[in-house]
Design a protein around this ligand. Structure first.
Ligand code: GLA
Length: 766
């Protein structure tokens, strides 16, 4: 068992980390250590020394005059006894003081009973410490849960409060996790953004004031992901100390990082305290969603890898856990709402001929849905578009030899729909107020049993015919009646998802919310993957996917190649680069394949074949983000079975006559050798403009039309990089690459990258 209690010391050990808690004589729980595994038995050195009261601090009690609640690292906190920091427990009662009562250590996971999803695990890979505290005066009980997931170096946390006072109180906030750190020389990494630029990486120092991330829109959101990291200022991707924190929850949330006057730092993570009140009647209890944390002293990559392995093993569950995801074609950006069954079949045939395995019909197939102002709620096929219904279409797609998938958005209703006409009261709106709309739609009241039953029933009928479902959610909350609404609505959603998941265990389910507006561990307990962002621009995707990779594994991330100019940014990037970036997740295509040139069709075919060859590494490999200069992005995945390394080398802008490029891979095995080969790519000859006659083997005399004609059918081969390289060279010195094109010469070894150019390099371990 990785958890023990001896002589006032609770020890929670995972494979490489230790978490130590000391039970003080006063009954409070002092946080001693979260970090590198400790084998030593004696906590004395780690205990905070309180021989004198400090300054004008409030002393805890006449017996403990030097104990000051504001200057000690605690496992939990409440206000009123001298702790002036943000506290884990907030109620309508002024003062609470929780002290130890008892504890239990058990094998496996003990569910605190929050009705929110929890990780999976059994006695072989998880154990739970539950510490029961009670207020010194009032019969209010607080339980703290610590679940150690030993192999993946993750500890989950949750809290539960029970009101045994005999009268009602109001809960204003309860943190899932409190982590008090002794010093403040940490920086914070947060993943913030907006629609189409989700999870951008921001690094901030902890200075004198509190930092907080408050999400109040009803979903975990693109504004601030619940995943944050603390890192030492010198911590890089490959070296140094980092702590990652995340929440297994999909609604409002709050992360607080508060330094105090003694340089200690408190971190709290909770459901959205800013928009949360919960009545606790006599005898009632409230349990929080679970939070998870991990520690690494080998840089951010190790911390992310811990989270990735945790997600793949303990969050994603059922049939698709560890299964490879199919390459898909989604018709959304190919057709938007304008499609017929014939058009879809044509697309599916084209997809099949390129090696695509799953055909996904997106929005617009049901009810009155000819545009996004109508139809949501009516989950039966529109006979004008699909004369043989979903069943007929599914049959045809299956006959082509592909899996069939469909889009739904069940949490919503359009006013212009049969459902709304029958049940206007099912929509979330307030009497006497005009409702506010998001994408012309209203939220259904998922707190109500009859709404839950309708969704389960109507979506079950759809799911009977499909192999894959994309579950979308396209508006943020408004017109809610009270601050308990968000959480009770979320519990309703989880109930619906739980029912559908258990009815259809084999359907591959992908969550979506205007792209990546609800990319979180709560959703991933029901969905096997998430649509990372509506933005498929390759450059923007390097940022979005890199940010997402801090907290989530590649197999969670939907990543598609779409048309250019890109529909979100109007930027044009090469189709090879679009693939190279999308390959680091679950690959899909989302464009009209009929508009591809013959050259592009052959490129796409080759891309899909390459992806399939490397799929285990690209979906499940260990990911390394490389520390590079701003102009370059480099990702490496390590194949779990072979140890092969696959490298994305992406250049943002061309810099003429720049310094040479090199690949130095710190994760290489110095005792092995590697066979290096670059992925063969094609260059569009139009890249060279009027230089073409100087650099191309083909001479073109009569201008653009001919050039286009040639370019649509024939592409120049990119340089070929091959070599046998010693692992020690790769790790400690690096491979120097051929020069980039710079205007003063060209041969078959010149690397022509251009803006947003990229290459994939495969280091096969020999
Ligand atoms: C959202 C999704 C898109 C697409 C559209 C359909 O924006 O993020 O991928 O499914 O809805 O309306």
């Amino acid at each position: 068992m990785s958890i023990s209690f001896d002589k006032s010391l609770f020890r929670i050990d995972t494979r490489s980390t230790s978490y130590w808690i000391s039970l003080l004589p006063t009954g409070h729980l002092e946080h001693l250590h979260y970090g590198h595994i400790l084998r030593s038995q004696d906590p004395e050195a780690l205990c905070d020394k309180h021989s004198i009261g400090q300054g004008n601090s409030v002393c805890y009690s006449p017996q403990s005059k030097s104990l000051c609640m504001n200057n000690i690292c605690l496992e939990t906190s409440a206000s009123g006894k001298g702790d002036f920091r943000a506290c884990a427990v907030r109620t309508s009662l002024g003062t609470l003081d929780f002290v130890y009562q008892s504890h239990t250590i058990s094998e496996g996971i003990v569910d605190p009973g929050s009705h929110t999803p929890i990780p999976e695990g059994d006695k072989n890979d998880a154990s739970t410490l539950k510490i029961v505290l009670a207020d010194k005066v009032l019969p209010i009980v607080l339980e703290l849960y610590y679940i150690a997931f030993t192999e993946v170096d993750v500890i989950a946390r949750a809290s539960r409060i029970v009101n045994n006072t005999g009268s009602s109180i109001t809960l204003k906030g309860l943190a899932s996790l409190q982590l008090d750190l002794f010093d403040s020389s940490w920086q914070v990494i947060s993943l913030d953004g907006a629609w189409a630029r989700e999870r951008e990486v921001h690094v901030q120092d902890i200075k004198a004031a509190t930092l907080s991330w408050n999400v109040r829109c009803g979903t975990s959101s693109a504004f601030h992901n619940p995943c944050i990291f603390l890192k030492r200022p010198d911590c890089s991707q490959s070296h140094g100390e980092a702590i990652g924190i995340n929440l297994v929850y999909s609604g409002n949330h709050q992360q607080i990082i508060e330094p105090n006057e003694f340089g200690k730092v408190r971190l709290l993570t909770a459901l959205g305290n800013d928009s949360f009140t919960w009545p606790l009647g006599p005898g009632q209890s409230f349990a929080t969603p679970m939070a998870v944390m991990t520690y690494s002293d080998k840089g951010l990559n190790q911390a992310s890898d811990n989270f990735a392995r945790f997600t793949n093993r303990h969050i994603i569950r059922g049939y698709w856990r560890y299964r490879q995801r199919p390459v898909l074609l989604n018709n959304w950006e190919a057709t938007y709402f304008d499609f017929s069954q014939d058009k879809l079949i044509k697309l599916a045939n084209q997809a099949k001929s390129l090696g695509i395995e799953l055909f996904v019909l997106d929005d617009g197939w049901f009810g009155r849905r000819t545009d996004d102002t109508k139809g949501l709620g009516d989950w039966t096929a529109n006979p004008r578009k699909l004369p043989q219904g979903i069943e007929g279409l599914a049959q045809q797609i299956h006959q082509i030899g592909m899996m069939f998938g469909i889009w739904v958005e069940p949490e919503m209703v359009s006013q212009n729909s049969e459902l709304y006409e029958k049940h206007p009261d099912w929509a979330v709106q307030l009497e006497g107020r005009d409702p506010s709309f998001g994408r012309s739609q209203l939220l259904l009241d998922l707190r109500r049993d009859e709404v839950q039953a309708y969704i389960i029933d109507s979506i079950s009928k759809v799911l009977e015919n499909v192999d894959y479902m994309k579950w979308d959610m396209n508006r943020l909350f408004s017109d809610y009646p009270d601050e308990g609404f968000f959480h009770s609505w979320m519990i309703g959603l989880y109930k619906v998802l739980g029912a559908l998941r258990s009815r259809f265990p084999k359907v591959l389910m992908e969550a979506c919310s205007s792209g990546g507006n609800r990319f979180d561990l709560g959703m991933l307990c029901f969905f096997d993957q998430v649509w990372t962002s509506d933005d498929t621009d390759a450059l923007q995707r390097t940022r979005i996917q890199e940010g997402t990779s801090y907290g989530y594994s590649q197999v969670c991330m939907g990543s598609h190649v779409s048309a250019c100019p890109n529909h979100q940014s109007l930027r044009s990037t090469d189709i090879e680069t679009r693939f190279n970036v999308a390959a680091f997740g679950n690959l899909g295509y989302e464009l009209d394949l009929g508009l591809l040139t013959p050259l592009q069709r052959s490129q796409v075919k080759a891309q899909i074949a390459y992806y399939k060859e490397h799929r285990p590494a690209l979906q499940y490999g260990r990911l390394y983000r490389m520390d590079t200069e701003e102009n370059r992005r480099m990702w490496v995945v390590e194949d779990p079975a072979s140890g092969d390394l696959l490298v994305l080398d992406f250049q943002v802008h061309v810099r003429p006559n720049s310094t040479g490029d090199m690949l130095r891979l710190y994760m290489a095995d110095e005792n092995a050798s590697y066979q290096l080969s670059s992925r063969p790519q094609k260059l569009d000859i139009r890249l060279f403009g009027s230089l073409i006659n100087r650099v191309s083997p083909i001479k073109i005399e009569d201008g653009k039309a001919l050039q286009r004609n040639i370019a649509e059918n024939w592409g120049m081969d990119t340089e070929t990089t091959t070599a046998i390289i010693g692992g020690d060279v790769l790790k400690h010195a690096g491979v120097k690459l051929d020069p980039q094109f710079t205007g003063t010469g060209y041969d078959s070894r010149t690397r022509v990258l251009g803006d947003c150019g990229s290459r994939l390099y495969w280091f096969r371990k020999l």
